[in-house]
Design a protein around this ligand. Structure first.
Ligand SMILES: [Zn+2]
Length: 405
């Protein structure tokens, strides 16, 4: 069976070391390259959709998480506070919302600012038991693709619909295949905060946003502050888990006393929508490694093109192709270690989408022989044309290896 831990090791994507600690993986150069490509894509997508990015620290004063309700309702999933002195205790944050609520209220807000969409690829921590940790799927240090959209109540429906659209766009680009939509509702028990009316209204708004979408309901799977839409995926072992999420929250705006001035000059309370398009980078990659069996779409493949000189006499020509590829924004490398057949096999094992072979005839003509990851060979073509071909596939974020047409 495909296991992202094994593939991740074989492909040099990430490692772990008992000395560093369980659930604290180290991303290696190949994994970091793929992750950075995905992060840049998400930031662009969000920027185009009107999000503003911020940078906030992964820890804060104990009082911040008392105010947010996390220490009262979520403490068993958090690391214990770090006490520096009697009045100076710090907490590793379990979510980004408290900091984003402070970003919202750092100045006065009016109806013209709404929806205000504050986004961050931010660090956070969960005190997972050591027995459940493994690879990237369950970790203690998390980088979350997160945003908090502060809206007027009457904007919530359109905002949630737009978030669901963005989720579909991101899934298509990354090659995510959702297993289903889930409406996660409050169960019984003391875990939940907030007013009865707000829970009912939030549920109604989410149901309306899901109109026309097939979904299941899960009672007891809501966040402690509100109901949510979860988009589920299935891993190679058949386990279902949440990748993307949209959550409604009437409670935190109350706790942080958030407000805006409406068009009539009255002070009103915004609604907070928590959303993640693709969840944490760790969980996302545990899934992407398995679903693509390590053969990522070209746009986030760690190395997109490897150039192989047939003999030492073509080293200079191969280096020139690599330099031109890098100048064009591609991730390219040269490999001159061992036999040509061995290097072609290494490239296939590393799931590198394109191999450019440069023999004496190609070097003299400024050509390359392009071999594709799926076994196709192209006729010799000018190096510049080969790079343009790869660049077009990257630019369109196509799942294929040849550009359309
Ligand atoms: Zn949040």
């Amino acid at each position: 069976m495909i296991d992202h831990r094994r593939l991740g090791r074989d492909l040099g994507l990430f490692t772990s070391d008992p000395l560093a600690g369980a659930g604290l993986p180290l991303w290696l150069p190949a994994g970091a390259a793929a992750r950075h490509a995905v992060e840049e894509y998400l930031r662009d997508l969000e920027r185009q959709a009107g999000y503003q990015h911020v940078v906030t620290p992964p820890l804060g004063r104990r009082e911040l998480f008392e105010r947010s309700g996390h220490l009262d309702h979520f403490a068993e999933e958090m690391f214990p506070p770090m006490r520096l002195s009697a009045d100076d205790e710090l907490v590793l944050r379990p979510s980004l919302c408290p900091h984003h609520a402070l970003v919202y209220r750092c100045r006065g807000r009016s109806w013209r600012d709404l929806p205000l969409r504050i986004a961050e690829m931010g660090g956070m921590y969960r005190a997972e038991r050591s027995g459940v940790l493994g690879g990237l799927a369950r970790v203690r240090a998390i980088s979350l693709n997160d945003a908090h959209n502060f809206c007027a109540l009457e904007q919530v429906g359109a905002e949630v619909a737009e978030i669901l659209r963005l989720i579909r766009v991101a899934h298509a680009a990354l090659g995510v295949r959702p297993a289903g939509f889930r409406l996660s509702l409050r169960g019984s028990g003391q875990r939940y905060v907030g007013e009865e009316d707000d829970w009912a209204r939030a549920e109604e708004l989410l149901r309306a946003a899901l109109d026309g979408v097939e979904y299941t309901e899960d009672v007891g799977a809501a966040a402690f502050y509100g109901p949510k839409i979860d988009i589920q995926v299935e891993d190679a072992a058949g386990r279902e888990w949440t990748l993307s999420t949209v959550q409604l929250d009437f409670d935190k705006p109350e706790r942080f006393d958030l407000s805006y001035i409406d068009s009539g000059g009255a002070r009103r309370r915004p609604v907070l929508v928590h959303r993640s398009l693709v969840g944490s980078m760790e969980r996302l990659f545990s899934y992407l490694i398995e679903v693509h069996e390590g053969a990522f779409p070209v746009w986030y493949a760690p190395v997109q093109l490897v150039v192989l000189p047939v003999a030492a006499a073509q080293d200079g020509a191969a280096d020139e192709v690599v330099a031109a590829a890098r100048a064009a924004g591609l991730r390219a490398e040269v490999d001159r270690s061992g036999s040509l057949g061995g290097r072609i096999r290494d490239a296939a094992q590393a799931r590198i989408p394109y191999v450019a072979v440069v023999g004496p005839r190609e070097a003299a003509a400024g050509h390359v022989l392009l071999r594709l990851r799926d076994g196709q060979h192209l006729a010799p073509l000018p190096a510049a044309d080969a790079l343009a071909l790869v660049a077009r596939v990257v630019a369109t974020r196509s799942p294929k290896l040849l550009p359309p047409g």
